[in-house]
Design a protein around this ligand. Structure first.
Ligand SMILES: [Fe+2]
Length: 197
């Protein structure tokens, strides 16, 4: 069984997202990694007697994807800030398809998705079949995904991402801060990789 290790992120100080908030958020991410490993190990044990462990097994199987998606989405999230803030390159393949699909309104549209009620993630995926984006909202972190589609941009809108800096009603301000700190080189690279699949 493969044991996952929490990644270390080389994060700059950010504008509007405090170091303390990031520190606590990284702690939550590390919890997902730890829980996923623990659940995986327990399931190996339960697999030896599925009849006896039927109830516990079904509960853990459900939790397993919750922990995995929490782990992987946070990795997408934090690496988007590595290297410091950098704007989307004018004329890049990603900028071109944004223009084609959203006519200059992508950020506004994505912010509206992020502002939806409930804990979850606003996620931009790229569909290599239709050669178009799918922007969606994953409830919590394991519901509503576009299966198999690579993730280009992931915005965590759980309260834990902003409550320390902005209070329970501060989601909008946090989302504005999120966009100020993005290193768009990361998303441009993800898009190039996704579009050649
Ligand atoms: Fe989070």
């Amino acid at each position: 069984m493969y044991t996952y290790e929490a990644k270390k992120f080389n994060l700059p100080s950010m504008e509007g997202i405090s170091d303390e908030s990031v520190k606590q958020h990284i702690g939550l991410y590390e919890g997902y990694v730890k829980n996923f490993n623990a659940i995986s190990a327990k399931l190996v044990e339960y697999a030896g007697d599925t009849e006896k462990n039927a109830h516990a097994l079904s509960e853990l199987i459900r939790r397993k994807s919750f922990e995995f998606d929490g782990m992987r989405l946070h990795e997408h999230y934090f690496e988007q800030f590595e290297g410091g803030s950098a704007e989307l390159t004018t004329g890049s393949p990603l900028a071109q398809i944004f223009e084609k699909e959203y006519h200059g309104h992508f950020i506004e549209y994505f912010k509206a998705i992020g502002s939806m009620r409930g804990p979850g993630w606003a996620i931009l995926y790229y569909d290599t079949v239709g050669k178009q984006f799918q922007a969606g909202f994953a409830g919590e972190q394991h519901q509503g995904h576009f299966v198999t589609l690579p993730i280009i941009l992931a915005l965590d809108v759980w309260e834990h991402a902003f409550i320390l800096d902005y209070g329970a009603g501060g989601k909008g301000k946090y989302i504005d801060a999120f966009f100020k700190n993005l290193n768009w080189d990361v998303m441009e690279k993800r898009f190039v990789k996704a579009s050649v699949q």
